[in-house]
Ligand binder design. Structure first.
Ligand SMILES: *Cc1c(COP(=O)(O)O)cnc(C)c1O
Length: 394
């Protein structure tokens, strides 16, 4: 009989052999485009800090002031006197921002998704319909729920409609807004129509849309102009374009009260530090007012795509700062990621199960803090490495 550690080590060795082993690198600077990792200066193309707010001076100042005023730990859950003035103020500002009656803070996006799905689908007759490429936190909500869960083909509304037909009970349709590993947008107007036809409830996790999409950074709801009737359950996260930490759900009075009562990941956890809410209030202001950040990001995206096309790199259908380059092979993705790091560029090498089998890719993310020269340098280096490794580039 193998010991626990022996059994675990066998499994780990297999993962390594499959080129699926995950490793951490040591970040020794604030999150930004210029970072120090493992003692080496690098240019990062892997952060979700799209708008450069994670280390923005006024966000940092608000964080500091929040900590001086409210201390560090919130000390308790929201329902047991951990709900501070700063949490409340941020929730009210997020409600105005999303044009929904109310918003509710969660400690992380993972918890917001899990808790919301479970609070809305408790019954065996309920059905959850998920896009196949949804984020793991949404998939896990479907797996954990007592409801039946089915996954429709990516952005395929006809497949969704087929699956919804004749189903009784609640129908919760769940999708990423901007798909986190592909960068493409959910076909929200079509999903809205499908939901209206079949009386489904639409839940959109816009982790990568808020701050980046829409003229005022209101994400895909603003981009597509979707009202609360069309999109009743709107999730946003604060650790990406907002540059801070946490998440929120925006919607009706009834939805938010239901989550406060029944979302276990809301009820049974310590509230975010109030200073995180203070910092987020500062980043929300910047994100709404400084439209130049979105404009600059858009021009960098154009630059990246045209440069990549010229070099014959395989882009995906993305108009967002998430710009993957498809390599298909897990081992190749790792090798290219390592070589880029040796050359001072950090990108995510994404393999299964994060993405479907045979679709390994570099997940390159752009930030407003990048320069055109840095983008050109990344592309040149990448194309040199690929030519070297596989003669992939035309
Ligand atoms: C990052 C992410 C989450 C999780 O948010 P956290 O606040 O990091 O837990 C959820 N959904 C999507 C689509 C994400 O990209």
């Amino acid at each position: 009989m193998f010991s626990m550690d022996q059994q675990l080590l066998i499994k780990l060795a297999q993962r390594n052999e499959d080129n699926l082993y995950r490793q951490r690198h040591l970040l020794q600077s604030p999150q930004s485009t210029h970072v120090q990792v493992n003692g080496k200066d690098c240019i990062a193309f892997c952060s979700n800090d799209y708008l450069g707010l994670a280390s923005h001076p006024s966000v940092v100042a608000s964080f500091r002031k929040g900590a001086e005023t409210f201390g560090v730990g919130s000390g308790a859950s929201h329902l047991v006197y951990g709900h501070s003035y700063e949490h409340q103020a941020l929730e009210e500002e997020l409600a105005v921002f999303t044009q929904r009656p109310r918003a509710l803070l969660f400690s992380t996006g993972y918890m917001a998704n899990l808790g919301t799905i479970l609070a809305l689908t408790g019954n065996k007759n309920d059905h959850i319909f998920e896009d196949r490429l949804n984020h793991a936190s949404l998939i896990d909500g479907g797996v954990a729920s007592k409801a039946k869960c089915s996954r429709y083909r990516h952005s395929d509304t006809a497949d969704l409609l087929n699956r919804m037909k004749g189903v009784n009970g609640r129908k919760l349709i769940v999708t990423d807004g901007v798909f986190s590993m592909d960068g493409d947008l959910a076909v929200l107007p079509d999903l809205v129509n499908a939901c209206q036809k079949e009386q489904g409830w639409l839940m959109v996790d816009d982790a990568h849309g808020f701050g980046v999409m829409g003229n005022n950074g209101g994400g895909l709801a603003e981009h597509f102009g979707l009202s609360i009737e069309e999109l009743p359950i709107l999730v946003g996260t604060l650790g990406k374009a907002f540059g801070t930490f946490g998440a929120f759900v925006a919607g009706s009075e009834a939805l938010i009260e239901t989550l406060i009562q029944y979302a276990r990941t809301y009820v049974y956890t310590t509230a975010l530090p109030p200073a995180v809410a203070s910092a987020t209030r500062a980043s929300l202001k910047i994100l709404q007012q400084e439209t130049w950040r979105r404009e600059k990001l858009a021009s960098l995206i154009v630059r990246f795509r045209s440069g990549a096309e010229t070099l014959g790199l395989e882009l995906m259908k993305s108009t967002t700062p998430i710009q993957p380059i498809l390599l298909y092979d897990d081992e190749l993705a790792i090798k290219v990621g390592d070589r880029l790091r040796e050359n001072g560029f950090l990108v995510g090498a994404i393999r299964r199960p994060t993405v479907p089998i045979n679709s390994a890719r570099l997940r390159i993310t752009l930030s407003v803090k990048h320069t055109e020269e840095e983008i050109d340098a990344l592309l040149d280096t990448l194309s040199g490495i690929l030519t070297d490794l596989r003669g992939l580039v035309k």
